[in-house]
Ligand binder design. Structure first.
Ligand code: ATP
Ligand code: MG
Length: 403
């Protein structure tokens, strides 16, 4: 029996003049995902994207899983395709649906007829399909109010489709429909989640990672790149990671500034560098994994002294989430196990014994002015290099392409 995937996208997202733009974007992104799964044809009609296998080698399970990572798709139905006549529909219902009803007690059929030339209306189709199921599975009962399974019959433009209801899609808005964002990516739990959350709102995510070699190791960097690789699956299968060394900045801070302010000063450098790199690579926003009150540098006051360095809006999607909530998302997207590998971060080397949790900007600036801030920022950016990660691939770009 021939199967197909029907992807439904959120009507609200796709309204008005932008509709075609969004639809084309979703089709392109799904075509990209299809490349790894074999020969599929992808086309759209009547607010649905069809993903049709073109030969027996096309991996429909893999495609379904990958389509579940494309933001903007709210539901995916794996359906059997049949001809647009009742005989074919009933035969398909009888052979395709029973395995989905195994162990279930109740069902109902919901038919939808977007091809109005079909001779039966949706109520009549539902009744006949329901009857066919009852004769094929005598143990099951109909419950129209609260069924265990809702079997769908959709009579559409090209064919009729029978399926046991949709599975949830990734939701959100197509990646790229809301511009680009520069994610400050550490090896922790929070920032990969933050990147995922903003990709879900349509930002194409590019990342910047700060390291402090030899105080941080190559293993720590590798872990971050592997995290970027996992998040890239939600970001059109690619993420550019700019790697910047903060070693000199940190050594200068230790030599010249009051220890209590190390972390805050370092975070202002990170913001300033990320902001400039964002401008250079045409990102309209910065994204961080900060969560209010989680650590000393994430109090309202501490965020208040790092935020003003940025000229772009700073998106902090985890700001109101508890650690448990963030962990739950990290598990769902597959970053958690990698995030908890025990490697150091540049924020955790040279940490002050008594970090300021209620800093005043004026006092931070007094400390900051002990060093040539702009010069150190420029120097760090000069030494930056770029890694392009894709699922199963990491490529260090030649230095010239960082400009
Ligand atoms: P995470 O779990 O994401 O590491 P965290 O709770 O450890 O977050 P901090 O270390 O204070 O918090 O970092 C707060 C945010 O600053 C991170 O979510 C991330 O966006 C950014 N950040 C921290 N360290 C780095 C780094 N080495 N490179 C890039 N960004 C970083
Ligand atoms: Mg961290």
């Amino acid at each position: 029996m021939k199967e197909i995937l029907l992807c439904k996208y959120g009507e609200i997202v796709l309204k008005g003049a932008n509709r075609k733009y969004f639809e084309d974007m979703l089709c392109r992104q799904l075509r990209h995902k299809a490349k790894a799964n074999g020969n599929f044809e992808i086309y759209r009609s009547q607010s649905t994207i069809y993903i049709e296998p073109k030969d027996d080698f096309a991996d429909i399970d893999g495609m379904m899983q990958d389509a579940g990572k494309v933001f903007g798709i709210v539901a995916i139905c794996r359906a059997a395709v049949c001809e647009k006549n009742m005989e074919s529909i009933l035969e398909t219902v009888r052979s395709y649906i029973p395995p989905y009803l195994a162990g279930k007690r109740t069902f109902k059929v919901e038919a939808k007829r977007s091809d109005k030339s079909f001779p039966l209306d949706s109520i009549e189709i539902s009744k006949e399909a329901g009857g066919a199921i009852l004769s094929a599975c005598p143990a099951i009962r109909v419950d129209v109010h609260n069924p265990d399974v809702t079997v769908k019959v959709e009579v559409r433009e090209f064919a009729a489709y029978v399926h046991p209801g949709p599975v949830k899609g990734a939701g959100g808005m197509p990646v790229g429909s809301n511009g680009r964002g520069m994610l400050l990516l550490s090896g922790g739990i929070d920032s990969p989640v933050a990147g995922y959350m903003m990709a879900k709102r349509g930002l194409t995510i590019e990342a910047i990672h700060f390291e402090s070699f030899p105080y941080t190791s190559e293993m720590a960097r590798d872990k971050v790149l592997r995290l970027a690789q996992i998040v890239s699956e939600y970001n059109n299968d690619e993420m550019i990671v700019h790697v910047v060394s903060l070693t000199h900045v940190q050594e200068e801070l230790v030599k010249h500034c009051n220890e209590d302010y190390f972390t805050l000063l370092l975070r202002r450098y990170m913001m300033a560098i990320a902001d400039k790199v964002a401008t250079r690579f045409k990102c309209g926003a910065l994204v961080t994994g900060e969560s209010l009150g989680q650590v000393a540098s994430q109090t309202t006051e501490a965020i208040g002294v790092t935020d003003p360095v940025a000229t772009h809006p700073v998106f902090r999607p985890c700001i109101g989430l508890d650690k448990d909530d963030i962990v739950q998302i990290a598990r769902k997207i597959g970053t958690f196990e990698t995030s908890i590998e025990p490697y150091e971060d540049c924020c955790t080397v040279f940490t002050p014994r008594h970090p300021r949790t209620r800093p005043e900007l004026a006092k931070v600036l007094v400390e900051e002015q002990k060093l040539p801030f702009d010069e150190l920022v420029e120097e760090a950016i000069k030494g930056m290099y770029r890694v392009t990660v894709r699922p199963g691939e990491m490529r260090v770009d030649p230095p010239a392409s960082a400009d």
